[in-house]
Ligand binder design. Structure first.
Ligand SMILES: [Zn+2]
Length: 502
């Protein structure tokens, strides 16, 4: 299925890179800014700071990032079914304008028709192993009628860029791309290669994106460290602002749990009905509230670092969370989102989703089954999860694994992690910076299989009241321009300090 860049080029000529849309007219037209035109290289003014190191002009760089983001949003890359081609063609065009040449500076790799990945490289002196900046260009589907503005318009309205992927993760990808371009324009001498990867299929199983790259083009993405989505942006928590750098991800264990009973005619009821057995097993899982608590190294680091950033007695309360019985008590007392989050961070989770039983209303089925979406902590195996569920349900159920993938945990004391922490503090000196485990899975867990130490790091400061947590995959997804402007210098500082020779 794979096609080389040259083969790819043949049809790239006949495919328009992105679909430009006319903004729909509405009552809010007076708020609507014209999407900025692409800012040329010439307009990027270079500033020298007090230490005489070269830094980009962040106002101009922000404006340019916004223009790129609008174009990326206009490139519809909804997955499923998956069609990354228009976004990748836009990035290709941009790199070529900047003087990048294929195949020396970048390659485009196609795993299936329209499923494409782009990997670009700036070369260092080779004294250190590369840093990878990886972002996915696919987005989840939209329910158009629920949106206030065109989800694929990429419009700038009241200082925010609107559209599917603005947060997850075309906005962050545009920021990575901006830093990559700046390193090239300013001819930053590098001690390690800087790799930029715009990839496919993060939203539907990784097969055409990170898995494809790791299994078939490992040499292109091989790196010591990598950054991808999911961390270091403002999360409001009460009066505090949290900046959580993703340093771990949970693994996936999807199970089918089956009960067996005595079949028969439904007009002659009996107790040995597989549906009753299944209902009882599910009810026992519900009543338990959660599976056993495990304190992982990432959770331990999270509470230690959080406790160090607050005064007494809050620090004591936070430190007490290193005892599983305290966490269990909190899980009993908490409600809503805090309870969900603490459960995800400290236990293997088990969520019933699909029910299956019976073919006909008047036939008692011999079997009944439920699909369980279980997420396991790093260090736990699918067998561990099944044992924990069995201890709640009791005998009489059987398990069939449907899909499993390992989680990942990365060190929170590595040189890169310490740098991420330090630069995030500069972003918001009053904010609390902590390592965090992602309850879901991203490309990081796939890159880990190639031995790359990955962190979820897409830094920036959201304005107060911005509903960040409900927005990724939600309706009216958008990103404030002020976020981009606050995050770019942080990303630059990380890349410059970690990769440059000086
Ligand atoms: Zn994402």
């Amino acid at each position: 299925m794979e096609r080389s860049y040259n083969g790819f080029n043949q049809y790239s000529r006949s495919t328009r890179p992105t679909r430009r849309r006319r903004a729909p007219q509405s009552a809010t037209t007076h708020h609507r800014a014209i999407v900025p035109k692409m800012v040329g290289v010439a307009s990027i003014r270079v500033k020298k700071d007090a230490t005489m190191s070269v830094t980009p002009d962040w106002k101009a760089a922000t404006q340019e990032t916004v223009a790129h983001l609008s174009r990326l949003i206009q490139a519809e890359t909804v997955n499923p079914p998956g069609n990354e081609l228009p976004a990748i063609l836009f990035i290709k065009e941009l790199l070529e304008q900047e003087g990048f040449r294929s195949p020396d500076d970048f390659v485009i790799l196609e795993s299936a028709p329209n499923r494409v990945n782009l990997v670009a490289r700036l070369r260092g002196d080779g004294s250190q192993r590369p840093l990878l900046l990886s972002g996915h260009v696919d987005v989840v589907p939209v329910e158009r009628e629920k949106w206030s503005h065109d989800p694929f318009g990429g419009e700038v309205i009241d200082g925010e860029v609107w559209g599917r992927g603005a947060l997850d993760m075309k906005g962050f990808l545009a920021m990575y791309l901006q830093i990559f371009l700046q390193v090239r324009r300013l001819r930053l001498p590098l001690k390690r290669d800087l790799i930029f990867a715009a990839i496919a299929d993060e939203e539907a199983g990784f097969d055409h994106g990170s898995k494809f790259l790791v299994t078939q083009h490992r040499d292109l993405i091989d790196a010591e460290y990598g950054l991808t989505e999911g961390g270091a942006f403002t999360i409001p928590m009460g009066k505090r602002r949290i900046y959580a750098i993703q340093a771990a991800e949970k693994g996936v264990t999807w199970l089918k749990m089956t009960t067996s009973g005595k079949p028969g005619h439904a007009s002659l009821p009996h107790d040995e009905n597989a549906v009753f057995y299944l209902a009882r097993a599910i009810e026992r899982i519900r009543r338990a509230g959660h599976l056993p608590v495990h304190i992982t190294p990432t959770f331990q680091a999270m509470i230690a670092k959080a406790a160090a950033q607050v005064g007494f007695p809050a620090s004591l309360l936070i430190r007490s969370l290193s005892y599983p019985w305290v966490v269990s008590l909190c899980l009993k007392l908490l409600k809503g989102q805090p309870k969900s989050l603490l459960t995800a961070l400290t236990t293997n989770t088990c969520t019933p989703t699909i029910l299956q039983a019976g073919q006909k209303t008047n036939v008692i089925p011999a079997e009944a089954a439920v699909h369980l979406d279980c997420r396991r902590l790093p260090g736990q195996s699918p067998e561990d999860v099944m044992k924990e569920i069995l201890s709640l349900t009791g005998a009489g159920v059987s398990f069939e694994p449907l899909d499993t993938s390992p989680g990942a945990a990365f060190p929170t004391e590595s040189p890169l992690y310490r740098l991420l922490e330090q630069e995030t503090r500069r972003l918001d000196p009053q904010g609390m910076v902590i390592p965090m485990m992602m309850p879901g899975a991203t490309d990081a867990c796939v890159y880990r299989q190639a031995g790359i130490t990955m962190y979820g790091f897409t830094p920036g400061r959201f304005p107060e009241g911005f509903p960040v947590l409900s927005m990724a995959h939600g309706h009216d997804e958008r990103i404030p321009i002020s976020f981009i402007e606050s995050g770019l210098p942080v990303l630059w500082a990380v890349v410059q300090k970690f990769c440059s020779q000086s």
